[in-house]
Design a protein around this ligand. Structure first.
Ligand code: NI
Ligand code: MN
Length: 227
């Protein structure tokens, strides 16, 4: 095992890399897919892709109990910092080394207003390079964009891609995203949280695996996989 992924439904993903716990877009209390109580989590780092409530989620509460450092864009970092969070601001295209690996913020085509209407800067995805050199791409909320092929040029081990449609890529564009990125593994996210983004992940897995060399893992909420 080099890293462990836990899926909490929606876009909420836990990563364990070299014994450190990283939580991406920690949306628990209003997330009908997970039974995990955020109080039970003790992340070392929290990554927030954009300002929407289903991504900022329970960040403030989790930070208060865990002291986790938040990695996000400069505008969201300022907003969370004002609420007492320890933050590390970055921005699109910029990367920084952390004890678990190198985190670069990538483009995402979406919005980013914060829950109270504050300006949340540009939405982002995350490209995480582990100490062993594996690259994990969490796309955040995004539509399909041609620059995904540039992300793919880096050699992606795992891509976490939204398939829910309506707010983000749907299954057709997420399949096109896989073709641009060419990851070894893909995990679908941002679906089945609400009826509006209901999708059949098994059908998407079948399409991806018949048209590409990528292996798709469909994870149930609160389940983990080691890759
Ligand atoms: Ni969003
Ligand atoms: Mn969302």
């Amino acid at each position: 095992m080099t890293y462990k992924i836990t899926y909490y439904g929606h876009s909420t993903v836990g990563l364990e890399i070299d014994g450190l716990q990283i939580l991406i877009d920690p949306f628990f209390k209003d997330n009908p897919s997970t039974k995990t109580e955020p109080i039970a989590l003790k992340p070392d780092y929290i990554l927030v892709s954009h300002g929407h409530g289903d991504h900022v989620g329970d960040t403030v509460e989790i930070v208060q109990q865990s002291g986790a450092k938040v990695i996000t864009n400069a505008e969201i970092a300022r907003w969370l910092g004002d609420k007492g969070a320890e933050v590390h601001p970055q921005h699109i295209g910029g990367g920084h080394d952390y004890p678990f690996g190198y985190v670069k913020l990538t483009q995402a085509v979406h919005g980013s207003a914060l829950p109270d209407g504050s300006y949340g800067g540009m939405p982002a995805g995350f490209l995480i390079t582990t100490g062993k050199g594996e690259k994990i791409y969490h796309a955040g909320d995004t539509g399909l964009f041609a620059g995904m092929s540039l992300i793919g040029e880096e050699g992606i081990h795992l891509a976490l891609l939204p398939i829910g449609d309506n707010y983000t890529m749907g299954p057709d564009d997420a399949l096109r995203a896989v073709k641009l990125i060419q990851p070894k593994y893909a995990i679908p996210i941002h679906y089945n949280t609400w009826d509006l983004i209901a999708q059949d992940p098994a059908a998407w897995k079948k399409r991806v695996e018949s048209e590409t060399d990528t292996i798709v893992h469909v994870l149930q909420a609160d389940k983990s996989i080691e890759l």
